[in-house]
Design a protein around this ligand. Structure first.
Ligand SMILES: [Fe+2]
Ligand SMILES: [Fe+2]
Length: 175
């Protein structure tokens, strides 16, 4: 039986892509770090669009919205995430011409750690409030139909260049 809690897999997939961006930073591979971060942003935008266009309106229509369950809080956090990502992309772009990239990387990782805490707080509210309530107020047929319309659940399965893959490929070429 489909459940909206399956979207937690999308959250985990997004976290994994973001972590690959951080690994690339630690390897001083700025081009890869930027490419993965841009990829992460489009995947996150697709997921947030699913929530903003399909899930939150449905939640607003049918669920008994209590404290912390209102649409505006989810939207407010999405906006915060968008604003921070824009800054991370700018900071990563600046690394190409930076004379002392180490300092920028440290500052960037520090801000990204704060961003990760924001995301995890957001995930908790969706896990405890949004997704279980949507399960309660929809039937199986509706859930199947809605899942068919979700873009991000499909998008996160797209191949993404990763540091781990790059390292594996390099090892293979050296053998
Ligand atoms: Fe989400
Ligand atoms: Fe969200």
């Amino acid at each position: 039986m489909p459940s909206f809690l399956e979207l937690l897999e999308t959250h985990s997939a997004l976290d994994a892509v973001f972590q690959e961006h951080q690994y690339a930073l630690l390897h001083f591979d700025f081009a890869l770090a930027l490419k993965i971060l841009q990829e992460y942003r489009s995947l996150l935008e697709a997921h947030m669009a699913d929530e903003e266009n399909l899930l939150l309106p449905l939640h607003g229509e049918r669920a008994d919205i209590g404290k912390d369950g209102g649409k505006h809080l989810f939207l407010f956090e999405h906006e915060k995430m968008r604003r921070r990502l824009k800054l991370f992309i700018e900071a990563t772009e600046s690394l190409f011409t930076e004379k002392y990239p180490e300092a920028v990387i440290l500052r960037l990782l520090d801000r990204e750690a704060f961003y990760n805490r924001l995301c995890s707080h957001h995930d908790i509210r969706e896990t405890r409030i949004l997704y279980p309530e949507l399960d309660k107020v929809t039937n199986e047929t509706e859930r199947t139909e809605i899942f068919g319309r979700l873009i991000a659940a499909r998008a996160v399965t797209m191949p993404c260049p990763t540091v781990s893959n790059t390292a594996v490929e390099t090892d293979l070429h050296q053998e």
